[in-house]
Design a protein around this ligand. Structure first.
Ligand code: ZN
Length: 171
């Protein structure tokens, strides 16, 4: 099923999610299917469980946006274990629709995570994939990409969002 995306302002997005301890259950497999479905429906390349209202350390990524099933990545309890280099680029978030900002990120990262079966693995990402690993892992730690932009830009964004909220255009 496709879940609605939780928007900025909901506290679930700004608290660390809970570590997953049960693996390979029918519930987990169904949940992962629903996460991919929800991400594709929202036309995203990554989605973290808090973004559909579940405070659990689970994220899904598909940098091809469904074009290539081999690109589907499941990250459970992920940790960034290595970063190198720098990249500048625009970043957005399904939970903050209509906004994009320049965010400096590492160019190459290694993420350590578990798969649906509870097996630990490491995966290297460069460029867009590195950005996705960092963005989604941040989500699971209660951090949004706007914590990486200047306070001035962040305040401006918050004010615009408050206006949208007051007008009822942010739900
Ligand atoms: Zn996001």
């Amino acid at each position: 099923m496709v879940y609605p995306i939780v928007k900025f302002g909901d506290p679930v997005l700004e608290h660390e999610a809970e570590i997953v301890t049960e693996f390979d259950t029918p519930e987990l497999h169904k949940f992962l299917e629903d996460m991919f479905e929800s991400m594709y429906a929202a036309k995203g390349v990554g989605l973290a469980a808090p973004q559909i209202g579940f405070a659990r350390k689970i994220a899904v990524i598909d940098a091809s946006n469904g074009e290539n099933s081999g690109d589907k990545i499941v990250l459970i309890n992920p940790q960034i274990v290595h970063t190198e280099g720098k990249q500048e680029g625009e970043e957005g978030c399904l939970s903050i629709p209509g906004f994009r900002e320049q965010v400096r990120r590492a160019k190459r990262v290694i993420v350590r995570a578990m798969n649906a079966k509870g097996e630990e693995f490491e995966k290297t990402g460069e460029d867009l994939l590195a950005r996705a690993f960092l963005h989604e892992t941040d989500h699971l730690n209660g951090r949004l990409y706007i914590t990486h932009i200047s306070a001035l830009k962040r305040d401006l964004m918050r004010r615009k969002i408050k206006k949208l909220q007051r007008a009822g255009d942010w739900e």
